[in-house]
Design a protein around this ligand. Structure first.
Ligand code: MN
Ligand code: MN
Length: 307
């Protein structure tokens, strides 16, 4: 296999494993304050489960599970189908997930009861629930920015319809795609600054320490630690020790840092603790999604060297 393609696949696996590892690591400190985390753990740095959901070590939550729903919807037919995505979300909700956000639940119920595939704009929809699950769309559309934008917003609007959520989805996905193709931290920082230029609410260089499910605070936490640390491990530890929506900040930070640093940068102890069924499915899905992306369907692409 060409070197470039192998490198992209490894970063794609890093991104999806990053979602799952960040989710499993952060679930322990979800809804805790940094002070509570300090007094209980010193620094929280191991996948030990527990938390308010009383999870088994390595168990993931809605962040990873909804990402897998989108991956399955795409891989089942080898194409994007919004209704297939909604059906996967519905099947997941019927399976009584360990956790489900209120905005997500409302969106899936509106699909069930009215067949609604786009929730109307709502000032209260600026949660992080559409961002945390968007990785499969970013992998599957690599190489076609217009298609990416269309699909990432469509998946978001199944449950969340808010300009700040949309903007965060687009930026996170573009950062992941750039990292897959070899962009460094400085290039990603420029993309984050573009987001702030368009939506100043996302300013992250005077980080407040708040890490809630409000997409602005989620993104500020992720971006702050992404750009003030130098490894996957350091970034994730920083994020989850802020507590609050720690599993989701962990999942999003893991997604970007996994694409940036690659699967080999994920601590072996974390991968070993991750639910093996999830580990296998995200690893296989990441590669399958990216192999079907426009980037690899264009003749000559993927055979090029990156540099
Ligand atoms: Mn969660
Ligand atoms: Mn969460």
């Amino acid at each position: 296999m060409e070197r470039n393609k192998a490198a992209i696949l490894a970063r794609a696996r890093g991104a999806f494993l990053g979602v799952a590892v960040g989710d499993a690591l952060g679930a322990t400190t979800e809804f805790m304050t940094p002070a509570e985390i300090r007094s209980k753990f010193g620094v929280h740095r191991r996948i030990i489960g527990g938390g308010w959901l009383h999870l088994k070590p390595g168990r993931v939550t809605d962040d990873t599970e909804m990402s897998l729903c989108l991956a399955r919807a795409i891989l089942k037919n080898g194409r994007w189908d919004l209704k297939a995505a909604a059906d996967e979300f519905l099947a997941w909700m019927r399976g009584k997930p360990v956790d489900i956000g209120s905005t997500v639940r409302r969106g899936i119920r509106d699909y069930l009861l009215k067949g609604q595939l786009e929730t109307p704009p709502n000032a209260w929809d600026a949660g992080n629930g559409a961002v945390m699950r968007m990785l499969p769309v970013a992998l599957f559309t690599l190489g076609d920015d217009e298609l990416f934008r269309e699909l990432v917003v469509a998946q978001a609007h199944l449950t969340h319809n808010h300009p700040l959520s949309d903007a965060a989805c687009v930026t996170v996905g573009r950062m992941v795609q750039a990292a897959l193709l070899g962009a460094d931290r400085f290039a990603l920082h420029a993309m984050a600054r573009e987001l702030v230029a368009r939506h100043p609410a996302f300013r992250f260089n005077d980080y407040s320490g708040r890490a809630s499910g409000y997409v602005v605070e989620t993104m500020q936490t992720v971006l702050h630690f992404l750009f003030t640390t130098g490894s996957f491990e350091e970034c994730l530890i920083g994020v989850v020790n802020q507590g609050s929506d720690a599993d989701t900040t962990g999942a999003i930070a893991g997604m970007i840092a996994g694409a940036l640093y690659g699967e080999d940068a994920i601590p072996a102890a974390w991968l070993k603790r991750l639910d093996p069924v999830v580990n296998r499915e995200v690893t296989v899905a990441a590669a399958a999604l990216v192999r079907q992306a426009p980037y690899f369907k264009q003749p000559g692409r993927g055979e090029r060297n990156e540099h």
